[in-house]
Ligand binder design. Structure first.
Ligand SMILES: Nc1nc2c(ncn2[C@@H]2O[C@H](COP(=O)(O)OP(=O)(O)OP(=O)(O)O)[C@@H](O)[C@H]2O)c(=O)[nH]1
Ligand SMILES: [Mg+2]
Length: 448
């Protein structure tokens, strides 16, 4: 893309505030002129230099300057970076001086990435991968983000799309020769290719949603009768005293939340008010919130006092409150398990919240329950709902295409192949890209 007509944009690329180093990034046709604004020479393309930047004959900072020539930069434009000391005053002076120069404008959030996308440096799934990388909290999230950036989804989608366009073109050619018979071998080959495509799409669609799970994280709500040990378990999982624990029933009222890395999947764990009948207004509101929190959890962890013989009744009561997937913990195993005959092995686990070994086992169990096939290993290529929708749309269109008579209605089949190709094109951003860009680019707000 030509650089002409573009403003040169600039922004601080590191988080605001004091830091050892801050980076000011400039991209556009005038990027190479920035060092001269401060009495320094621009380094050669692909090189760096150390320079004292001066304004009104006074040193502002000693910096490292980097220069990348179009198109060999992340935006595809000339890019100059100033690595300065992370002092508010230094940054302020640099930004003010650059902003005062004709042809320069402060970058909008995500504008560097947008320019990279527009210049063809990245496809839409790559831009999403970059946004995911910035948001990543666990190692598996970052591996998944890098797989996206490196084309784990883009590469197969481009191949499938190319094949679909090819099949549609062959069918369209037949429309002009309607009277001639389509040789059986050609139709057979087209149907086989379509079947192979369907299998490829199906194998990825049938991934148990693990990519979205790794990206979005999961919510686990602890719920149970008062005094069962919910807050004790939350604290043990957090490794700190996040919630008040006491032998008084009805201690927790508000929802308390912690974050946990569950085998690479980021999890939000919610501790809630204990469920009981006789309670005051405030506690009743707490209980209402508990049930509400259970309603949006990926997993409800029902905590019961296993040493109390009434736990089977308590379990039945909780079962009435929510229909979300549940797993049951019989806590206080150190005091001896009461009513052992009522325990169902598969969906229950007995622990002592005070035993770190048991807590370790619980973490493992949760990771297993929440990560389908236990393979949160960043191998899934579908990481967003929109990828899944587009691939499902393509899959449905292929099913319809195969239902047509290639001899008598090639145009109908060709149309369905085109619909499938368009659906896949949305994944990489070749089609319908504008409405998606704003939401994705809003992730790139660092330093704004
Ligand atoms: N012996 C034993 N005591 C436990 C265990 N877990 C919790 N407790 C004790 O049980 C009491 C209640 O624990 P909490 O964690 O406050 O229980 P809770 O379910 O959060 O209670 P509410 O917030 O009132 O609903 C405290 O005295 C804990 O020390 C356990 O595994 N073994
Ligand atoms: Mg509590």
């Amino acid at each position: 893309m030509s650089q002409a007509g573009h403003k040169t944009i600039f922004a601080i690329a590191t988080p605001p505030g004091r830091s050892a180093i801050a980076v000011i990034r400039v991209s556009g046709p005038l990027a190479g002129d920035v060092p001269a604004l401060f009495g320094a020479c621009c380094p050669s393309a692909g090189q760096f230099s150390v320079a004292r930047l001066v304004l009104d004959q006074r040193v502002i900072d000693q910096v490292v300057l980097l220069f990348m020539k179009a198109p060999f930069s992340s935006t595809g434009e000339d890019v100059c970076e100033i690595h300065c000391h992370g002092s508010r005053a230094v940054i302020e002076v640099f930004l003010a001086r650059i902003g005062a120069e004709y042809g320069f404008a402060m970058a909008q959030p995500g504008e560097f990435t947008r320019r990279g996308f527009m210049s063809g440096k990245m496809d839409l799934s790559g831009v999403e991968g970059l946004a995911d990388l910035i948001e990543a909290e666990t190692a598996i999230q970052l591996h998944q983000a890098w797989a996206q950036i490196d084309g784990a989804l883009r590469a197969p989608v481009m191949v499938w799309r190319g094949e679909l366009v090819g099949i549609a073109a062959q069918l369209e050619a037949l429309i002009d020769f309607a009277d001639e018979d389509l040789p059986a071998s050609v139709e057979g080959a087209l149907r086989t290719s379509t079947g192979d495509l369907q299998s490829a799409l199906a194998s990825h669609l049938d991934d148990g949603g693990v990519g979205e799970l790794v990206r979005d994280g999961v919510t686990i709500t602890l719920i149970g009768p008062t005094n069962a040990g919910k807050s004790t378990i939350l604290n043990a999982l957090a490794g700190r005293s996040a919630a008040i624990v006491s032998e008084e029933a009805g201690t927790t009222r508000d929802i308390i939340q912690i974050r946990l890395d569950l085998g690479g999947v980021p999890a939000t764990i919610l501790d809630t008010a204990g469920i009981r009948d006789e309670s005051g207004t405030i506690e009743a509101e707490g209980i209402r919130r508990s049930v509400e929190a259970a309603g949006f959890a990926n997993l409800v962890l029902v905590i019961l006092d296993g040493s109390d013989s009434t736990w089977p009744m308590a379990r039945d009561k909780i079962d009435q409150l929510t229909s979300q997937p549940k797993f049951y913990i019989l806590n206080k195993a150190d005091k001896g398990l009461s009513a052992p005959n009522a325990a169902a092995a598969g969906e229950m686990m007995s622990i002592s919240a005070k035993d770190p070994v048991d807590i370790g086992k619980l973490v493992k169990k949760l990771a297993k329950l929440l990560v389908p096939l236990n393979h949160a290993d960043a191998s899934a290529i579908i990481t967003r709902q929109r990828h899944r929708q587009a691939m499902q749309e393509a899959q449905d269109a292929l099913g319809r295409a195969l239902g047509h008579d290639f001899h008598n209605a090639p145009e109908m089949a060709a149309e369905d192949f085109r619909v499938a190709a368009v659906a896949l094109g949305r994944i990489t951003g070749e089609i319908d890209v504008e409405e998606l860009l704003e939401s994705i680019f809003s992730a790139f707000c660092i330093g704004k």
